[in-house]
Write a protein that binds this ligand. Structure first.
Ligand code: NCD
Length: 312
């Protein structure tokens, strides 16, 4: 049985197969519409979510399966003091696969150690968010036609932003990727990623504070929200929350074919005037998230579309 806890749980080859499958799903929706008939996905969300939870549910429904779950810790027995280990033992009796989001780093990993079903990490604290990474890789590959030879700008809260941590881990496996890390010092990428991932793999990267000075170099600009819920005090958040606001002025030097990504939700960091710019790809990205999650569910349940359709 396999789980997806860290973006490195799949090899580069397996990721490519998964992205191929997601692309086939996007182009042949009908072929996949009943392949998970009789299967259940549980969504165990101890932290707020719109896209991740609902795109998981949409993914399973699109595959002909069904869904159950909870959307906040308050409405689960966690509020009575139940451990993640006990919860997952029970969920293993009710569902075939589960997606878990938790404010504590490592909670989905703990769950996977006690689980009878595949566990997918749908975000653990400021640590990882591997299914957002699959979404991001699929979006970049679909819109840029490749995952190598790219200069990627990551902008905003690189300290607490788990989507950025997972994306860096995944992208360093492709050839000729360089990063421009755009953040104020207080929100800079954690040392353990800078040293253990970027430096250790000899990946070219620069750290800058100004977005304007690097805009013209970027093939992909990945914007992020300042992660309010991870701050220890409100004043620091208020001081940093609007540090980057992408607007038409800042886009002046951007390449014609640069794409703007954002895992969403957006707060102020991308002005709504940018939504009409053909380079704004963040809403498409959310749609790609459904295909990526459909491909992931099939992969972890080891369901092959042709066999499943032949059996029915
Ligand atoms: C992200 C997350 O939860 O980490 N959202 C998402 O899943 N699309 C990004 C964020 O909350 O800022």
């Amino acid at each position: 049985m396999r789980h997806l806890i860290s973006p490195l749980d799949f090899s580069a080859e397996e990721i490519n197969q998964l992205l191929d499958l997601a692309t086939d799903i996007k182009e042949n929706r009908e072929k996949y519409s009943e392949v998970c008939h009789g299967k259940k996905l549980a969504t165990l969300f101890y932290e707020p979510s719109t896209r991740t939870r609902l795109s998981f549910e949409a993914a399973m429904l699109n595959l002909g399966g069904s869904v159950l779950g909870f959307s906040s810790a308050d409405s689960s027995s966690a509020s009575k003091g139940e451990s993640v280990a006990d919860t997952i033992r029970i969920i293993s009796c009710y569902a075939d696969i589960c997606a878990m989001r938790h404010p504590k780093e490592g909670a989905p990993l703990v769950a996977s150690l006690h689980s009878g079903i595949p566990v997918i990490n749908a975000g653990d604290g400021g640590h990882h968010h591997p299914t957002q990474t699959l979404t991001d890789l699929l979006t970049i590959r679909s819109l840029k036609g490749k995952l190598n030879n790219l200069t990627i700008g990551l902008c905003g809260d690189l300290k607490f932003g788990r989507t950025v941590h997972s994306l860096i881990n995944a992208l360093v496996r492709y050839a000729n990727i360089s990063f421009v890390l755009i953040a104020p010092k207080e929100l800079a990428l954690p040392d353990y990623i800078r040293e253990n991932v970027l430096v250790a793999n000899n990946i070219p990267f620069r750290e800058v504070e100004s977005m304007e000075e690097v805009m013209g170099e970027l093939d992909v600009l990945y914007m992020t929200r300042v992660q309010k819920e991870r701050f220890f005090n409100e004043q620091d958040y208020v001081r940093l929350k609007d540090v980057y606001i992408l607007d038409k002025d800042k886009m002046q030097n951007a390449k014609e074919d640069m794409i703007i990504l954002h895992p969403l939700p957006r707060v102020n960091e991308i002005s709504v005037e940018i939504d009409k710019d053909p380079r704004a790809a963040y809403f498409k990205q959310a749609q790609f998230g459904v295909y990526a999650r459909m491909a992931l569910i099939l992969t972890l349940l080891n369901i092959k579309v042709d066999e499943a359709n032949a059996e029915r």
